[in-house]
Structure formats: structure tokens, C-alpha cells
Design a protein around this ligand. Structure first.
Ligand code: DAH
Length: 368
């Protein structure tokens, strides 16, 4: 990609990108044809190529460092929306972020004249730690613009026309990926679309959200040189889908370089079911402390991830109370487990000792 990320981590109060995140920039798992994320991307491409030959322009190499304007303003995210906070998003400086969704590229691509496009990329969010959440994951964005000649013959109003085309196209995609499954449309809210929907499919006994989508807000089209048009837009999370499609039980595995994982995808084909090579025992450590007003679980998780990296599997709040003086205590349980080997007691005790030390110093909480 040729992008130089050296300026992404800085000792600056408006920068909250830790080394653990920095080290993921440029890895581009979605561009590896023998990686589950690359395989899924190619599987989705195949659906669009078959059903809409030569129609969608594909981008999978756009730089994840974007402006606050691209990530939020251009897609009408309100000024007070939580996703803009330092607690939820990685800021490089006050005007620059690691994109938290691939929607960050909608406006610029429209302005560059694109009307049919798919954007795949790594996205970044501060979050809690469990088997389905990781601060870096991958999304695919799709946009299709229509002009009056498209909807005029249909007898539908432009919005209904776009919404029908969207639903038809995405039901086709879900069938392409999951086979003959039951599906349902749920009304949703996104700042950039109206109406907005989520598609759910009934898979392995549960309704599962597959993607968010909708009819693009007129304002986005107008501001980017497409008055007199309507468009649909969609965004899907690749890890969520890949975990279900390939039976991958923990999101950390996507980052594994263990050959027992990587070799299972060497054919580059959909339809593979991952065979766990072994499940090593977890080790649980609890820690309790009095929190302060600025305490957040995302900050706690970042400190723990900074020390234990991918050896931490889950962080969960197991007790929470406020005493008569109004002081609030939290007890967190940390599950340590490697996907690749057994951890020694000594190693875990050492990690936990460092966690206690840094939680106390960096978060200014009082250990109990
Ligand atoms: N950007 C949304 C997210 O990250 C996903 C999304 C929803 C994208 C609806 C879209 C859309 O383009 O129309 O959660």
C-alpha cells in the first residue's frame, strides 16, 4: 500500500492509538486469498460479479487513516454521537482518526464520480474484550446509485425503487453465502440512510444480524455531486460472517500465524469448516477496585490488551456495588487463554501482576 504509518502513534494528548493497534496497520488480512477474511471477500465479489457483471468497482486498499470529516461529518453522524468520543474511537490527532467504519469512504468516492462500488477494509474501535470483539475488524461497504431513467419506468417512487432493489440484491447475497436460509428485514437507524434496515438470517437455531443498509440520505448525494439520484448503501462485518460460515470460535484466531490455523484455509475456498486443533485451559483472575468518574471499561480493556495481547480472551464485570459513601466498586474477571499453547502459572501471575500495577497507575483507581 506504500502508506507510512509512522506518525500514527504519538505522545500527544489527542492521540490514543496504542502500540498494539499500531502493529495491526497495514496487515490487510482481507487481501490474503488464503485467509478466511480474504476468502469471504472473494465469495462476496463472486456474487456481485455473477449477478452484476462489471458493474461494481472494488476498493480494498484505501488508507484506514482518515479525517474526522470523512469518518463522521460526511456521513451525517451527529456532533454529539457517542461514536465520536475518545472512548470509542482511535484518534491520531483531534482531526484524524483510524476509520471506525468503511462508510468513511462513501462521500469521497461519490465525489470522484463512482456510482457502483464495494469498499473492503480494516476498521478500528475501542471496545470490551470477548470472543466476538476485537479492536480491529473488517467491513465491506457497498453503494449503488440510480438515476431517473432507472426508476421512472418502474412506476415506483425513487426511494421505494432503491429499497426494493437493495432488498432483492441482499437476499441474493445471503443465499449465495448461506444457502436456502430464512431471512427477515428489521427496521433500523443509521445516520446516513433513511429508511434503514438490518437483514437477519435464521442460522443454526438463531436469528443473526448479517448487515446494515438503507437508502442513502439525499443530503449525502447532493453534497457530493449527485443531485437527482437515489442510492442504496450497505455495510457488513466480515468477522461476524466468517465466524459463522467457517465455524471459527474466537475472533483472535483471525490474527493467528499458527500453521495449524492458517493451513486449514490454504485452498482459498468457501465451504471450509475450521477444526479446532486443541482447546487449552483458561485461567481466571479477578480484580476489584474503586472506580473514579472517568473510569470506562474500554480504557480498562485497552490496558489489559496492552500487557496480555491476544492471551486475554475475555474481561467481564462480575460484581458492582456502591457503598454508603457513594464509592463504586467493580470486580472484573479476566480470562487468560492462549489459542496456541498452554500457559504456565508463572506467566499468568506475571501478567496479572503487571495488569494490577498498570490499572492502578494508568486509570487512577484504588485496588481493593
Ligand atoms: N457503518 C455502519 C456500521 O459500521 C454499517 C452500515 C450500515 C453501513 C448501514 C451502511 C449502511 O452503508 O447503509 O455499523
Amino acid at each position: 500500500m506504500g502508506t507510512n504509518f509512522s506518525d500514527v502513534v504519538r505522545d500527544d494528548p489527542t492521540n490514543n492509538v496504542p502500540d498494539t493497534i499500531f502493529s495491526k496497520l497495514g496487515l490487510q488480512l482481507h487481501r490474503r486469498n488464503n485467509h478466511p477474511l480474504g476468502i469471504l471477500k472473494n465469495g462476496i465479489y463472486e456474487y456481485f460479479d455473477t449477478n452484476f457483471p462489471n458493474m461494481f468497482h472494488k476498493f480494498d486498499d484505501l488508507c484506514p487513516v482518515v479525517s474526522v470529516k470523512q469518518n463522521f461529518d460526511d456521513v451525517l453522524v451527529p456532533a454529539d454521537h457517542v461514536s465520536r468520543s475518545y472512548n470509542d474511537t482511535y484518534y491520531v490527532d483531534s482531526q484524524t482518526v483510524l476509520r471506525c467504519h468503511t462508510s468513511a469512504h462513501q462521500a469521497e468516492l461519490l465525489r470522484r464520480g463512482h456510482t457502483h462500488f464495494l469498499v473492503t477494509g480494516d476498521v478500528y474501535r475501542r471496545d470490551s474484550i470477548d470472543s466476538t470483539h476485537y479492536p480491529v475488524f473488517h467491513q465491506m461497504e457497498g453503494v449503488r446509485v440510480f438515476t431517473p431513467d432507472n426508476w421512472e419506468a418502474s412506476g415506483l417512487d425513487p426511494t421505494s425503487y432503491a429499497a426494493e432493489d437493495l432488498k432483492k440484491s441482499l437476499e441474493g447475497l445471503a443465499r449465495h453465502l448461506f444457502g436456502a436460509v430464512e431471512m427477515r428485514w428489521i427496521d433500523a437507524y443509521f445516520p446516513f440512510t433513511n429508511p434503514s434496515y438490518e437483514l437477519e438470517i435464521y442460522f443454526q437455531g438463531k436469528w443473526m444480524e448479517v448487515l446494515g443498509c438503507g437508502v442513502m440520505e439525499q443530503e449525502i448525494l447532493k453534497s457530493n455531486g449527485r443531485s437527482n439520484s437515489v442510492a442504496w448503501a450497505l455495510g457488513l462485518g466480515l468477522e461476524r460472517l466468517a465466524m459463522v460460515l467457517f465455524d471459527i470460535p474466537d475472533i483472535r484466531l483471525f490474527w493467528s500465524t499458527d500453521e495449524r490455523f492458517t493451513s486449514q484455509f490454504s485452498e482459498g475456498q468457501m465451504g471450509v469448516k475450521f477444526k479446532p486443533f486443541s482447546k487449552y485451559p483458561p485461567c481466571y483472575k479477578d480484580m476489584s477496585f474503586w472506580i473514579n468518574d472517568s473510569f470506562t471499561e474500554n480504557n480498562l480493556c485497552e490496558v489489559i490488551r496492552g500487557i496480555a495481547g491476544d492471551l486475554v480472551e475475555e474481561v467481564s464485570l462480575i460484581d458492582n456495588f456502591t457503598n454508603k459513601k457513594g464509592m463504586t466498586s467493580h470486580c472484573y474477571r479476566i480470562a487468560y487463554r492462549s489459542m496456541e499453547r498452554s500457559l504456565t502459572d508463572e506467566e499468568i501471575n506475571d501478567l496479572q501482576w503487571q495488569v494490577r500495577e498498570q490499572v492502578q497507575n494508568k486509570l487512577n483507581v484504588v485496588l481493593r
